[in-house]
Ligand binder design. Structure first.
Ligand code: NAP
Length: 439
């Protein structure tokens, strides 16, 4: 029997996700009330235009343009407007008026997270954000709760569905990046301005959130190294396939320790990478997302599913609503974010990984020895060399394409090697340098 008073829920935003959250709250209200032990009353939905068409059937009287009045008196505020402002101000207003806040807004968390968590801690409120990374995929709660007793070593995430769709399509159809992007736009996977996705900004925000949680450390957005997919060519995707790899845009969060060099900290980076075809992440197709995680005791885990979509993302938001409502019924303060470790956030130059370099070189005796010497001078060890294609610049200028895979090397050493190669007389062009991950 439900004895607790109704909990008042204010929704900010009635777009792709917000409309679905409202519809599910209205449709499944009784079932959710039984799970929580209190009725859940949707008091209103703040939008810019109350008459705009909605993707779900929602009573018109619930819509308002007065977000501030809606927040006052709410027990739970769900922020699904997106962007930095006024989202940040409304979240702070909600926290300061005693409400718990649920958000799917990775931008506001990656940019203003510490301020928002601090405000929540001050008043004993809680900020929930399961939907901010990986849409429907449960990853925040597993990191915060299920793995709280373990030590996370590394996270490799496909956290942007648009870029995964584009790269997957380039591999399957042989299309160029521009053509695959056009298809993504037509199907609604890419926005009219795709910059946030294809330049890796969206994935970088998610990397900052994941790294902060995984390593109990505040990792600011400015500490995330970011490279997008705009320079990836069909030729690179095809060459990767032939060599047994797929190209993926990865968000990589790592705990870096090396007693010899004194490195001790965390790193977060987003860039295209070669992933072995047999790795579970290589099987993530279309616009799906996945987070592959390695923990000291748990070993390897993978979380997979829909990384976006109105109703899918609404599932994660509703899970947070149930958690927040249960906490109200039980009582007690919210659990503060765990940032006790406060490890240094290290630059990309401290990262160690493997690399695949494609070089166009002079096809003449002694070239391989010269190139091998350049690698060894920078302390980079070569694992494999293959000669892919031979071409000809002119009758007297035969060229060859070399594909070189290195052993693990430090990013700064590899960067120095690439500079030395580009300056060498025997190298016509450093065609491509890609990191190899997941080995
Ligand atoms: P959306 O479709 O653009 O909807 C945004 C909603 O917020 C609209 O209803 C809009 O009102 C309202 N809004 C915007 N600015 C406002 C303001 N200043 N005052 C009052 N209302 C305002 O966005 P969405 O796709 O639902 O995304 C919402 C959040 O979820 C974002 O943070 C996004 O990153 C996150 N998210 C989305 C997905 C997804 O698949 N879409 C997945 C994961 C996370 P009008 O309708 O009147 O314009």
């Amino acid at each position: 029997m439900i004895e607790y008073r109704n909990l008042r829920i204010a929704l900010l935003g009635g777009g792709s996700v917000g409309a679905q959250v409202a519809a599910l709250l209205l449709e499944h209200g009784e079932e959710l009330a039984n799970r929580v032990g209190a009725g859940l009353e949707l008091t209103g939905i703040a939008v810019r235009d109350v008459d705009a068409p909605r993707t779900a059937d929602i009573p018109h009287e619930l819509f308002t343009t007065d977000a501030e009045s809606l927040i006052l008196g709410a027990d739970i505020v769900i922020e699904l407007m997106g962007g930095l402002e006024p989202a940040r101000s409304y979240i702070l207003q909600a926290i300061n008026s005693g409400a718990d806040v649920i958000t799917a807004n990775k931008a506001v968390l990656a940019t203003h997270g510490p301020e928002l968590f601090e405000a929540a801690e001050q008043v004993g409120a809680q900020l929930y954000y399961e939907a901010a990374v990986g849409g429907a995929i449960p990853i925040i709660r597993p990191l915060r709760d299920s793995l709280a007793g373990d030590r996370v070593k590394r996270i490799l995430g496909i956290v942007n569905g648009t870029t995964n769709f584009i790269l997957d399509r380039m591999e399957k159809t042989g299309e160029s990046l521009d053509d695959a992007l056009a298809v993504a736009t037509e199907l609604g996977y890419a926005e009219a301005d795709p910059t946030a996705d294809i330049e890796g900004y969206d994935a970088a925000q998610k990397a900052a959130i994941l790294a902060s949680l995984a390593f109990h450390t505040t990792v600011p957005l400015s500490g995330v190294h970011r490279e997008g997919i705009t320079k990836i060519t069909h030729e690179q995707v095809e060459a990767a396939r032939k060599a047994g790899y797929v190209v993926k845009l990865l968000a990589i969060c790592e705990r870096l320790t090396d007693a010899e060099s004194g490195i001790d900290g965390v790193s977060a980076r987003v860039h295209p990478a070669l992933v072995p075809a047999a790795h579970p992440l290589a099987a993530v197709h279309g616009a799906n997302n996945a987070v592959f995680l390695e923990a000291e005791a748990a070993g390897s885990l993978m979380f997979y599913g829909a990384g976006a979509g109105g109703i899918e993302t609404a599932s994660a938001v509703l899970g947070d609503v149930v958690s927040a409502a249960r906490r109200h019924v039980i009582g007690g303060p919210g659990i503060a974010e765990s940032t006790h470790a406060e490890l240094p956030v290290l630059p990309i130059s401290d990262v160690t990984t493997r690399y695949q370099l494609t070089l166009e070189v002079e096809d003449q005796p002694g070239v391989l020895a010269t190139i091998a010497a350049l690698f060894s001078e920078q302390g980079v060890s070569v694992e494999a060399v293959s000669q892919n294609v031979t071409g000809e610049r002119g009758p007297d200028q035969p060229t060859a394409t070399l594909v070189i895979v290195t052993h693990e090397a430090k990013e700064s050493d590899l960067a120095a090697t690439a500079v030395a190669l580009a300056a060498s007389d025997v190298v016509r062009a450093v065609v491509s340098v890609l990191r190899v991950e997941g080995l």
